[in-house]
Ligand binder design. Structure first.
Ligand SMILES: Nc1ncnc2c1ncn2[C@@H]1O[C@H](COP(=O)(O)OP(=O)(O)OP(=O)(O)O)[C@@H](O)[C@H]1O
Length: 281
C-alpha cells in the first residue's frame, strides 16, 4: 500500500487535512430583514485537531455567537462551519460545552450529575456511576461525590461541570467564559486543572474569555475579534510558551509579558470602540 495514500471519506478532505473546526466566511445577522443586526460580518477561523484556541474581544463583539455557530445552536447567515471537514448541519454532537453558568441539576448529587450523560446514552447505571466516580476523582472531588450542588463551592461546582462534560469524551470542547464567576485564585487553579486534563488527549478547544492573561496562559493561539457590529477577526497570535505549562507561573515570564503587551496594544482600541458604541446604541 502506498505510504502517502490519504484516507478519505467520499466528498470530504483527506483525514489528515481536516481541521477540528473551520469557520469559512461565516456571517451572522440576528433578527429579520427589517430589524437585522449584523453581529459578525465575516469570520474565518481554523482550529486544528489538538489545538487550544482562545478568542478574546470587546464585550458584545460576537464571541459567544461564534461558539454557538460551532455548537450548531445557530446557523450562519452566510458562509459555512465545518466540523472535521464536514459542513455542520444541526447540533454538533461531537462537542462538549462549558458555559459561565453550569448546568448542574440541583436535585442530583455530584456523582449523578456526572453520570447522567452516560445514562442518557444507554450506559448502565452502575457503570455510569463507576465512571463518574473516576472522573470526580480526576477533578479532585473524590470526597464530594455525594454532595448536592448547593453543598459545593463555586470552584467545586465547576469541577463537577468539567467532569460532566469530559466523561462524554467530546472531540471538541467549546468553553464560554467557563471560569468567569470564580475568584482570581480559583480561576487559576481551574486553568491548571483544565490544562492537566487537556494535555492527556489534547482535544481541540475554543475558549472564550474576557481575560487576556487567562487566554495567553492556557492557549496555543489567541484570536482577537473587532468591536461589533459587523465584527471580524482582526488578530491571530501564536502563543509559543513551553508546554507542559503552569498557567499561574507562566504569567511571570518575560515572554508572557511581551506577548501580553503586543496583543493588548491591538485589542485596546477595539475595547474603547465597543464602549463608545454601547453608549450610542
Ligand atoms: N439572539 C439575538 N438576537 C439579537 N441580537 C443578538 C442575539 N444574540 C446576540 N445578539 C447581539 O449580537 C452581538 C454579539 O453578541 P455575543 O453574545 O455573541 O457577544 P459576546 O462577544 O459574546 O459578548 P460578551 O463578551 O458581552 O459576552 C451583541 O450585540 C448582542 O446584543
Amino acid at each position: 500500500m502506498p505510504q502517502d495514500k490519504p484516507s478519505t471519506v467520499a466528498g470530504e478532505y483527506p483525514a489528515a487535512e481536516r481541521s477540528a473546526v473551520e469557520l469559512d466566511a461565516v456571517k451572522v445577522a440576528y433578527g429579520d430583514r427589517d430589524t437585522s443586526y449584523v453581529a459578525v460580518a465575516r469570520a474565518d477561523l481554523t482550529v486544528r485537531r489538538g489545538e487550544f484556541v482562545a478568542v478574546v474581544g470587546p464585550t458584545g463583539c460576537g464571541k459567544s455567537t461564534l461558539l454557538n455557530i460551532a455548537a450548531g445552536l445557530i446557523r450562519p447567515s452566510a458562509g459555512v462551519c465545518r466540523i472535521d471537514g464536514v459542513p455542520l448541519d444541526g447540533l454538533n454532537g461531537a462537542a462538549g460545552y462549558l458555559f459561565q453558568a453550569d448546568a448542574l441539576m440541583p436535585w442530583k448529587r455530584a456523582i449523578d450529575n456526572v453520570a447522567i450523560g452516560l445514562e442518557i446514552r444507554g450506559v448502565s447505571r452502575s457503570e455510569a456511576r463507576e465512571r463518574a466516580t473516576g472522573w470526580l476523582a480526576r477533578v479532585g472531588l473524590r470526597a464530594f461525590t455525594d454532595r448536592y450542588p448547593h453543598q459545593l463551592s463555586g470552584g467545586q461546582r465547576k469541577r463537577v461541570a468539567l467532569a460532566q462534560t469530559l466523561i462524554l469524551e467530546p472531540k471538541l470542547l467549546l468553553m464560554d467564559e467557563p471560569f468567569g464567576p470564580l475568584d482570581a485564585q480559583t480561576r487559576q487553579l481551574m486553568g491548571e486543572l483544565l490544562l492537566g486534563l487537556w494535555s492527556e488527549d489534547r482535544k481541540a478547544v475554543i475558549f472564550i474569555t474576557h481575560d487576556l492573561e487567562e487566554a495567553i496562559s492556557l492557549s496555543d493561539r489567541v484570536v482577537i475579534m473587532s468591536a461589533g457590529p459587523g465584527a471580524t477577526i482582526i488578530g491571530d497570535y501564536p502563543v509559543e510558551l513551553e508546554r507542559p505549562r503552569d498557567p499561574a507561573e507562566v504569567r511571570h515570564t518575560a515572554a508572557f509579558a511581551r506577548l501580553h503587551r503586543e496583543i493588548w496594544d491591538h485589542l485596546k482600541s477595539e475595547v474603547v470602540k465597543a464602549y463608545a458604541q454601547e453608549d450610542s446604541r
